[in-house]
Design a protein around this ligand. Structure first.
Ligand SMILES: NC(=O)c1ccc[n+]([C@@H]2O[C@H](COP(=O)([O-])OP(=O)(O)OC[C@H]3O[C@@H](n4cnc5c(N)ncnc54)[C@H](O)[C@@H]3O)[C@@H](O)[C@H]2O)c1
Length: 250
């Protein structure tokens, strides 16, 4: 078990990549706290993990609200007494090109994708430090590394900011044995993508940019997160890890 005795808080864990990461961490022995806006889906995901033999709790969290972070971290400390891993996974994408982008949509993306991880790190640091150090993982994207032609400017802006927030935290808090790394997936195979792929031109366009010739699976991203969270990655700090089949190497 790679995460035995570890305690993890994962945001946006009610569904999608966050849920996959939570299940994977729990399967490796971690106690996982699932933070999400969506209480219904979050409770169901936590219950599924428990049914599979894992230890999971749902905590309501809007990552854009500082007061939520304070109460979630207090709940983690009260129940688990420590925190070893924070995964800032919650993110949104409002797909409007820069010329069409509404100001309130830009503000919403900045709030969830940038302010959320910033506040999460701010409030998790004391508990991570008290626990003797830990691993912070920020869910960026290939768009946090390159100007991706099929992606809008606002999403790229937020994911690029997260890439450098990661490095800044990595450098400043290494002395506390707190590592901070980011993950950069290419398009992940989800029901939404399968819907888009009913258009053969779109499918060819998207698969054509991946040297390995397929979409990322949720399991690919969960494996990368598990590695960065585990002690096997003890000397990885400030790394921007692509999980993209070679897309950004092209
Ligand atoms: N799916 C992809 O192809 C892909 C590729 C690269 C990066 N990513 C990134 O991975 C992360 C997860 O993506 P996904 O596809 O699983 O997303 P998703 O939309 O399936 O799930 C996102 C989760 O975040 C939650 N959430 C949204 N706003 C929140 C808030 N303010 N506070 C707390 N929770 C909130 C939602 O309720 C949901 O449960 C995102 O940061 C996304 O940008 C996704």
């Amino acid at each position: 078990m790679k995460l035995e005795k570890k305690v993890a808080l994962i945001t946006g864990a009610a569904q999608g990549l966050g849920a996959a990461i939570a299940a994977r961490f729990a399967g490796e022995g971690a106690l996982v706290f699932l933070g999400d806006l969506s209480a219904g889906a979050g409770e169901i995901t936590a219950a599924r993990i428990q049914e599979a033999g894992g230890r999971a709790r749902f905590l309501p969290l809007d990552v854009t609200r500082e007061a939520d972070w304070i109460s979630v971290l207090a709940a983690v400390e009260e129940e688990a007494g420590r925190l070893d891993i924070l995964v800032n996974n919650a993110g949104i994408n409002i797909r409007e090109p820069i010329e069409m982008m509404k100001e309130e949509n830009l503000d919403a993306m900045l709030a969830v994708n940038v302010k959320g991880p910033f506040l999460g790190i701010k409030h998790a640091l004391p508990l991570l430090r008290k626990s003797g150090g830990g691993s912070v993982i920020n869910m960026s994207s290939v768009c946090g590394l390159i100007g991706h032609k099929y992606t809008t400017e606002a999403y790229t802006l937020t994911k690029g900011a997260l890439t450098l927030l990661t490095k800044a935290v990595a450098v400043r808090y290494a002395g506390d044995n707190i590592r901070c790394n980011s993950i950069h997936p290419s398009t992940v195979d989800t029901p939404l993508v399968q819907e888009l792929f009913k258009d053969p031109a779109r499918k060819a366009e998207r698969l054509g940019e991946v040297p390995l010739g397929r979409l990322a699976a949720e399991a690919d991203v969960a494996s990368a997160a598990l590695f960065l969270a585990s002690d096997e990655a003890a000397f990885l700090n400030g790394v921007a890890l692509p999980v993209d089949g070679g897309t950004t190497a092209d």
